[in-house]
Design a protein around this ligand. Structure first.
Ligand code: ADP
Ligand code: MG
Length: 332
């Protein structure tokens, strides 16, 4: 069954393709990774070189997608679905997953538990209601309070046991469910950055953008932050070097009794966060940018700023539901 690919998830639009340049980039979009549109824009000497690069990158993204998938299993692959359905038994996994889960624990620690990869049992209740609500708008409903509370008792991050020595993951609580949604794309983007250091490209995985190398004319790579209230247009454009990641309430949401319920859930209330319309994080490290964009979406401004200031070189653009904005570390 095909899950809904929400094209609105592509929140950073490419503006660098217009305008006169000595050399035009090649570009391709894939729709089969991470439930979102993946667009590669690269400068290569020949079209042949571009497609060789694109194919290799696509295969790499698919292999990461399969490992992080919580909805499907693949022959010969132990992925997050396998771990979530192992009934508490140890599962031997690819080192990629051990590293990813270990990063998830770090993120839990520095976000004070706001971004929790062990929140899957709660997130899946919202996911199910969202899918049902989008398929049948009239009868859209919220998860039951008692179901949310019951699910919340299976979200202890320490219940994910990583055994680096024997390469296994064990869920000490068999009802705990891992969800990679908040961190996966940024984590994979970082691996892409490291894998192709000599190429010159911009890659957009939904709202996660990374740049590697340079444009031939030496100009900056430019991205647009979508206007959360009119996703056909951009709120502003900015140069990016490294990563830019947006979390937005307009990306994935559904509506119950006239109120929108977006996809980022506050573990303290078990309900979607409603402080921000979107938060965009700029920094060199795409994995950190993705983690922070989700965390900041859940935090009031001052708490968010405090968190950001524990890192070097992170800039942020917040857009509030009333259209006002705040920023940190961005000029002008
Ligand atoms: P997107 O993946 O849409 O670009 P985010 O990076 O902000 O946006 O991640 C949102 C996804 O993260 C949700 O779809 C859900 O799978 C997961 N998620 C939602 N709330 C939390 C949370 N508090 N902690 C960890 N994961 C979360
Ligand atoms: Mg994120």
């Amino acid at each position: 069954m095909k899950r809904i690919v929400c094209l609105l998830g592509v929140l950073l639009s490419l503006l660098s393709l217009t305008g006169c340049q000595a050399k035009e980039p090649f570009s391709i979009t894939y729709y089969d990774c991470f439930d979102t549109a993946v667009t590669l824009t690269a400068y290569t000497d020949t079209e042949e070189e571009f497609f060789a690069f694109a194919d290799e990158l696509h295969q790499f993204l698919l292999s990461c997608h399969r490992l992080l998938d919580i909805y499907e299993e693949y022959p010969g692959v132990n992925n997050l679905y396998t771990i979530n359905h192992a009934g508490g038994k140890p599962v031997t996994v690819d080192p990629f997953l051990l590293d990813f889960l270990s990063f998830g624990k770090e993120v839990y620690a520095f976000t004070g538990g706001k971004v929790n990869i062990a929140l899957g049992s709660v997130l899946s209740l919202w996911h199910q209601k969202r899918e049902e609500g989008l398929a049948d708008l009239e009868n859209a409903s919220l998860p039951y309070e008692e179901d949310l509370l019951a699910a919340a008792s299976h979200t202890d991050i320490d219940g994910i046991l990583l055994n680096e020595a024997d390469g296994t993951v064990t869920l000490l609580d068999p009802l705990l469910q891992i969800d990679a949604g908040a961190l996966g794309k940024g984590y994979v983007s970082k691996l892409v950055q490291e894998r192709y250091p000599d190429k010159n490209f911009l890659l957009s995985l939904g709202g996660n953008v990374i740049t590697v190398g340079e444009k031939p004319n030496g100009e900056d790579w430019i991205i647009g932050i979508l206007d959360p209230f009119d996703t056909e247009s951009t709120a502003l454009t900015l140069p990016v070097s490294g990563a830019a990641v947006t979390s937005g309430s307009y990306q994935r949401y559904y509506t119950v009794d006239g109120k929108d319920y977006p996809h980022i859930i506050d573990p303290d209330t078990l309900y979607p966060a409603d402080i921000w319309a979107s938060v965009t994080v700029f920094c060199a490290d795409p994995a950190l940018a993705d983690a922070l964009s989700t965390a900041l979406f859940l935090l009031p401004l001052e708490e968010g700023k405090k968190l950001v200031q524990t890192f070097d070189g992170v800039s942020v653009y917040w857009i509030a539901p009333d259209g006002s904005y705040d920023k940190l570390g961005l000029d002008g």
